[in-house]
Design a protein around this ligand. Structure first.
Ligand SMILES: [Zn+2]
Length: 298
C-alpha cells in the first residue's frame, strides 16, 4: 500500500519522478504521484491508475463498487483533473469494475478485452466457494472492446495478455512516455494470486503472462499490479522464475496422475513459503486449473 507522506514525496522528487504534489484526499483513498500526469490511487479495493491531461482523465480499474464515490472524488481532486472520459477494466473482477455503472452512465468509454465483456454479461458462481457475481446492466458493460491490441490518440497503448494468467480477458495498458505499465492481476504485488480457473486463469498462464510482461516492459519500466506495491522488471523476472518452477512441479504431478490434495502435501512451493506465506489454497487452485485448462471441453 502507498501512503502519501512528505517523506515519500521528497524521495520521489529526488528521483525526478514526482508530479507537482501528493496528498491524501480523505481517510480512505491515498494518491501517490507515479510519473508525469500519472497517479496511483490506493484504498478502493485495487490499485487504480489515473492519467490526467487536457483531453480528460483516464483511469485503469475502478475499485469496488462501494468505494466508487470516494474514489471518483479523489480522482477529481488530482492536479490537472477533469471528467473521467476513459476507463480500462484489466479484467472482470469486482475490484476492477466497481466504477463501471457510474462512469458508463456518465458517458465514459469503457475499454476491455472482449472476453471481459462476455463475462460481465452473465451471472457467475465460483465453484470453490460458492461466491456469486451478478451480470452487469448494459450501461455498465465495456462499450469498446478489442481482441488483440489497440492505441489511443495520445499514444497510450493497450493489449491482450493472452496467456490466461488470471482470467481469459486480462489486458495491459502501457504509457510509453512515462514508461509505466499497468498489468492488473497478471502480476501480483503481494501474496499468492487467486487462480480463477472458472473464468480462464491457470498456473501455466501465470508463468506465461509474466514472460509476456517482460517482453512489453524494459529494465526501467514501473510495473503496476492490481494489488500491492509497484514492481520492477527484476521483480517480474523473479516471479516468472518462481511460478515457472511451481508450474513444472504441478505439471509433473498431474502427469503422474496425482490430485490437488497430494499436490498440496508435496509442498511444491516450499522454498518460497517464508517470503510468500502459506501457499496451500494457491497450490490447490493452481493444480485444479490444469484440469480446467487442459481438459478437452474447457
Ligand atoms: Zn482479479
Amino acid at each position: 500500500m502507498f501512503v502519501s507522506t512528505r517523506r515519500g514525496f521528497l524521495k520521489s522528487a529526488v528521483a525526478g519522478l514526482a508530479a507537482p504534489y501528493a496528498f491524501a484526499q480523505n481517510s480512505k483513498i491515498t494518491a501517490t504521484p507515479l510519473a508525469e500526469n500519472i497517479h496511483l490511487l490506493s484504498g478502493a479495493g485495487a490499485n487504480v491508475i489515473a492519467h490526467t491531461g487536457a483531453d480528460g482523465v483516464l483511469i485503469i480499474d475502478g475499485g469496488l463498487a462501494q468505494n466508487a464515490d470516494v474514489l471518483l472524488q479523489a480522482v477529481a481532486a488530482l492536479p490537472k483533473s477533469g471528467p473521467v472520459r476513459t476507463l480500462f477494466n484489466t479484467h472482470w473482477h469486482p475490484e476492477q469494475t466497481g466504477c463501471n455503472e457510474k462512469l458508463g452512465t456518465a458517458g465514459a468509454t469503457i475499454i476491455a478485452q472482449e472476453n471481459t465483456r462476455l463475462w460481465l454479461q452473465q451471472n457467475i458462481t465460483w465453484p470453490w466457494n460458492g461466491q456469486k457475481f451478478k451480470k452487469f446492466s448494459k450501461i455498465a458493460q465495456p462499450n469498446k472492446t478489442f481482441y488483440d491490441k489497440g492505441a489511443l490518440d495520445n499514444g497510450i497503448r493497450y493489449g491482450y495478455i493472452a496467456d490466461a494468467a488470471h482470467t481469459d480477458g486480462d489486458l495491459y495498458v502501457y504509457f510509453p512516455q512515462q514508461n509505466v505499465l499497468a498489468v492488473g492481476d497478471a502480476a501480483y504485488g503481494q501474496g499468492w494470486p487467486i487462480v480463477d480457473w472458472w473464468t480462464g486463469g491457470w498456473i501455466g498462464g501465470i508463468a506465461g503472462g509474466l514472460q509476456r510482461i517482460q517482453s512489453i516492459a524494459n529494465k526501467e519500466t514501473k510495473i503496476v499490479p492490481a494489488q500491492g506495491p509497484v514492481l520492477s522488471f527484476a521483480d517480474i523476472a523473479a516471479q516468472a522464475e518462481m511460478y515457472g518452477t511451481i508450474y513444472d512441479r504441478l505439471n509433473q504431478m498431474l502427469n503422474k496422475g496425482r490430485g490437488p490434495t497430494e499436490a498440496v502435501a508435496a509442498k511444491p512451493a516450499k522454498e518460497y513459503e517464508e517470503k510468500m506465506g502459506n501457499p496451500d489454497t494457491f497450490i490447490r487452485r493452481a493444480f485444479e486449473s490444469q484440469w480446467a485448462y487442459l481438459s478437452p471441453d474447457a
